[in-house]
Design a protein. Structure first.
Length: 147
């Protein structure tokens, strides 16, 4: 009797390197979904579908916002390089916060350099302007980030 065929193929996923899959995508074609970080939800179009970034510059801004709005060491799914230590910011000097931001952004493989142009403490957060240089483009992010 023939061996029964499974409806699902057996795969050895240990051989698949997700990093290689992502790194093989040309930078200029990378995209991500847009998020409303204030309300902690995806940006949806008129049909209820998630909205994607349309340019490399938008991709850089969304990537930076994800990093800036993620508390480092809090989520198991992210490595220790992902995020900033926002919960510590209120007790830190401005130079320490700037260093935290610039290092966290530069740790992303798509971001070559991040420079905080201006930072002002407002209420319970930071009003930031950051120059971001990616592998194939650059942009400026201006945003108020809650601490």
């Amino acid at each position: 009797m023939d061996e029964e065929e499974s409806m699902f193929p057996e795969m050895d996923l240990e051989e698949v390197d997700v990093t290689d899959l992502v790194d093989s995508i040309p930078s200029e074609t990378k995209w991500t979904y847009k998020m409303d970080y204030r309300n902690r939800r995806a940006v949806l179009d008129e049909y209820g579908r998630p909205v994607r970034t349309k340019s490399y510059e938008e991709f850089l801004v969304e990537t930076a916002m994800k990093i800036l709005c993620t508390e480092r060491f809090q989520y198991v799914v992210y490595g220790e390089d992902m995020g900033v230590e926002r919960s510590e910011w209120p007790g830190w000097e401005d130079t320490e916060i700037i260093r935290d931001i610039e290092e966290a952004l530069a740790a992303h493989p798509e971001i070559e350099q991040a420079e905080v142009i201006s930072m002002t403490r407002v209420d319970r957060g930071m009003d930031l302007t950051i120059q971001i240089t990616g592998l194939v483009g650059s942009t400026e992010l201006s945003e108020v980030i809650d601490a």
